[in-house]
Design a protein around this ligand. Structure first.
Ligand code: SME
Length: 161
């Protein structure tokens, strides 16, 4: 299929997600390679929503290992319960962090990141991946991001894993 996204100008964030998510599904549902799909999802989110960093960490042998991402180079391994990513893994829930400097144990891969959202991707009650998105702005994420990124995580879990 054609690998283009169509995103109109001047959309609200809610409208942006509503336009983007069906296109992400169309782009990925008939591709069986998970790395290819996660790479395209990271690129689409970064370029459509203007995030600083978007990527996936995959649970392997008891730690998180860096997977497909878009943005500056990042930490490669994160331990269970450490940082925002390891905490979202441990608590099996999305975490929205308005100011990363105030999150105890936050792992600063880049000094430019000021806020963050991490959404675990869970299959059969086990966290398989986490989706991590960083912003250069404080309070870069809200309930709208949480809603649609959770929807995306459900799609990845049910259709792509
Ligand atoms: N800040 C994350 C580490 C990953 S980077 O942001 C890409 C954390 O505290 O887990």
């Amino acid at each position: 299929m054609a690998a283009n996204l169509f995103i109109a100008d001047n959309l609200t964030k809610d409208e942006l997600y509503q336009t983007l998510l069906p296109q992400l599904k169309a782009l990925t549902f008939d591709e069986s390679n998970i790395v290819a799909n996660l790479a395209n999802i990271a690129a689409a989110l970064k370029h459509s929503l203007g995030f600083f960093w978007v990527g996936f960490y995959r649970v392997k042998d008891g730690e998180l290992i860096l997977g497909p991402f878009q943005g500056p180079v990042a930490c490669t391994r994160i331990a269970y319960g450490k940082g925002v990513c390891g905490t979202a893994w441990k608590e099996k829930r999305a975490l929205v962090v308005p100011d990363v400097n105030k999150f105890p144990g936050h792992i600063a891969c880049s000094g430019e990141s000021q806020s963050e959202i991490v959404v675990p991707i869970i299959k059969n009650e086990e966290v398989i991946l986490v989706l991590d998105v960083d912003s250069e702005q404080f309070q870069g994420f809200d309930k709208i991001d949480e809603k649609y990124l959770n929807e995306l995580a459900d799609y990845i879990s049910t259709e792509l894993l």
